[in-house]
Design a binder for this molecule. Structure first.
Ligand SMILES: Nc1ncnc2c1ncn2[C@@H]1O[C@H](COP(=O)(O)OP(=O)(O)OP(=O)(O)O)[C@@H](O)[C@H]1O
Ligand SMILES: [Mg+2]
Length: 250
């Protein structure tokens, strides 16, 4: 069965003011319903820029993007209401407690007051934060902040989640918890667009990928297709080094 795309990006291009070359250059990809799709690439590849264009938070110079059937350029606010976004930079209020942060985000999403307490406590429990709910976020470890940052994107139970480096700066246990929860959401029918520079991690959770380097798409498709099309490498990391060389990218 061919599923209709939930995200269609075509010919995206973005050059930041004053930059000598584009951050994203002629990028096309599509994300299908109920998949975990990997947007991969090294530092500076253009992953976060792509995700911000997707949310309508920065303007694309060229190209088009449809999300949940909506044109992002015309309906950015509606797209943002309907999706969940966990940004790469932790987007929480450090002086507020975990509970207060989640109540704030619940109100922002317009959740009914009667449902907020129950929803917030449910997610704090799922992510192992129940006994930390009244602690200020400033006192949290990297893993706790990252988990809470993810919860903030889930409260309104969106059908599409955008996760920008959701396991950045976390230990093995937090990583496992986050990846397992992504799989659980997928099983419940949620579509996830996940960005990472961790190619081995992405191989474990994603069904399809687009791989960027210096703003350009260098490979795309399912794992077996990508590897076969690029010299029969054993894994994405090997393929990436084969295609791009070993020079650092930042
Ligand atoms: N606000 C900005 N103004 C100017 N240049 C920017 C801005 N944000 C990003 N860039 C540049 O655009 C390019 C792509 O950056 P982007 O943050 O999208 O990459 P990324 O793939 O998310 O990298 P990382 O893995 O480090 O998060 C980089 O060269 C970066 O320096
Ligand atoms: Mg980034």
């Amino acid at each position: 069965m061919i599923q209709s795309p939930i995200i269609t990006a075509f010919g995206l291009k973005k050059t930041y003011r004053g930059a000598s070359k584009p951050a994203v250059d002629d990028l096309s990809f599509d994300v299908r319903q109920k998949e975990i799709f990997g947007l991969l690439g090294p530092n500076g590849a253009g992953k976060s820029t792509t995700l911000m264009m997707l949310c309508g938070l920065i303007k694309m110079d060229a190209g088009s993007m449809e999300v949940l059937g909506l044109d992002v350029r015309q309906n950015g606010a509606e797209v943002r209401r309907r999706i969940g976004v966990a940004p790469q930079e932790i987007a929480l209020f450090p002086t507020m407690t975990a509970y207060e942060n989640l109540v704030y985000f619940s109100r922002m999403y317009g959740l009914p007051g009667t449902a907020i307490r129950e929803t917030v406590l449910e997610y704090l429990g799922v992510f192992g934060l129940a006994d930390k709910s009244s602690q200020r976020v400033a006192t949290f470890s990297g893993g706790m902040k990252r988990r809470l940052n993810l919860v903030a994107a889930l409260l309104h139970r969106p059908q599409l989640l955008i996760l920008d480096e959701p396991t950045s700066g976390v230990d093995v246990q937090s990583r496992r918890m986050i990846l397992d929860y992504m799989r659980r959401l997928q099983a419940e029918g949620v579509t996830i667009l996940y960005s990472s520079h961790l190619l081995d991690e992405a191989e474990k959770v994603c069904s399809r990928f687009v791989i960027l380097d210096e703003g350009r798409r260098i490979a795309a498709g399912a794992l077996a297709e990508i590897l076969a099309a690029n010299g029969g490498s054993d894994n994405l990391e090997q393929m990436f080094l084969h295609l791009t060389g070993r020079g650092v990218r930042d």
